[in-house]
Design a protein around this ligand. Sequence first.
Ligand code: NOJ
Length: 571
Amino acid sequence: MKRSSIIAAIILVLVFSGNAQPGQPDTGRRWWKEAIVYQVYPRSFKDSDGDGIGDLKGIISKLDYIKSLGVTAVWLNPIYSSPNDDNGYDVSDYRGIMKDFGTMDDFDALLKGMHQRGIKLVMDLVVNHSSDEHEWFKQSRSSRTSPYRNYYHWWNAEWGKPTPRYSLFDVNHDAWKYDSLTNAYYLHYFSRKQPDLNWENPVLRQEVYDIMKFWADKGIDGFRLDAFQFAAKDTSFPVFPEGYEKQLSKYYAMGPHLHDYLKEMNAEVLSRYDVMSVAEGAGNSFEDAHNLVDENRRELNMAYAFDGVDIAKPEGYSLLHFKNVFSRWDSAFASQGWLSVFLANHDQARMVSRFGNDSPAFRDLSSKMLSTFIMTMRGTPYYYNGDELGMTNAGFDKIEDYRDMPTLNEYQHQKDIGGDLQQFMQRLQFECRDNGRTPFQWNATANAGFTTGTPWLKVNKNYITINQSAQEQDSSSCLNYFRKLVALRKSNPVLVYGKYTLLDKDNPSLYAYTREWQGKKFLVLLNFTARQVIANTGYNITNARLLLGNYSSALKGNTLRPYEAAVFQLK
Ligand code: NOJ
């Protein structure tokens, strides 16, 4: 082979291998950077058999709809066998399918149907913890000498009480649960039915890699690593300072050897398949985030940071803060590393109710404006099902209507400690994650066309007016606007890779920025308020080409109407 052909071959390998070489910046094009990920919450998407719970056959029946959105990948929340303490985030068999959701044949058909439509499938990987009903845990708790004992974290009672650890989901917030069978405590950062796996154990780690290979061999296209930043623990269990639970991530995230585990996972599984990987959480600093995702480190492809979604509060939020957070994250990853962009998921209340304005006058406009933001930022967009319709918080006012386990536990906890239950209920209406989990609103028939039975969680009453079927008929609906946004991003890699520059920085009502790449330049203007706002971007849009806007008439001049969004091409 001639020297020039060898060099050309090396370049080809570098370009298509999916991994930059050590020490090289992460500027290459990758399918997972260009992906538009649509998150499907299976329990609430579509029920095919009338038991009130969404299922795989239901998703299959809606694949043409998903395809019609133009999205290129689906992230599916856990569908594995599970006793459902935490809606599938408590897995009892990582190679089985939850009975409520169907069978492995259904799964195979779903995957095939997605691939036939050019849609990739990203699966949730829940391995910070398993279910207490997993065979591993049953064995582990059976005896102190079980070969599975070390799959979990145990503390023998004769050593005294273990050092306090806070549980996010437990009714008492105690992360150690005493188990009389072997006179020992086990650790659970989430609920007591979600015991934490012991990543220090190499046998456990191999088990996880085998599970990952099982799914990758089936042909899935990626993994979303649930709560993985918590997976590594200092197993000497040092005492944390008082009040540590108020900054839990500082003490729980990025524990010893986490990067070793990820490097091992990458070598054993991720690098051997064309799969993408995304971590829930991005550590406690930009440095942590870089250490998780920089391509030359060979760990993960991307992470999602919570700083953005954490901004919305019942009392409102400051756009200056919002701009600051997203701009800082962008600039920290301008030349190295890759992140995701999102404003909602199954752990959040609805995007339009938190960040926009869900009153009838502005729901549609503000929802389109927020979608414009997500689809024009740098990073891989993760878009939550139902947001394309502008679905809103249900805001249930009775505790009996909620299903979310940590919410019900916290309600009990507040009762036990004599907390202010009225205030607690008000907070739920704004931020409980059940708001984002109400059944998908397909049409105006009973239960929004989600099920013929009784839905596991009440349907939002507004389904009569907000539903997919109605929005299909309306060319200016949120749904059809979302399709245009997707098409715009797909045909303009400048929106994926382009340099981001914030404009009119101190404007408290307007978010304006340019995206620039390979001679193309786009200008994005977003009014985050219900008032008119004047844009001071330094650009004259008179001669710019309006690519998309959320009003029926084009933006002219510098005054944006309430919640107006507009995307211009400058060059
Ligand atoms: C994060 C998941 O997104 C959430 O739904 C779940 O409750 C916890 N991790 C525990 O798995």
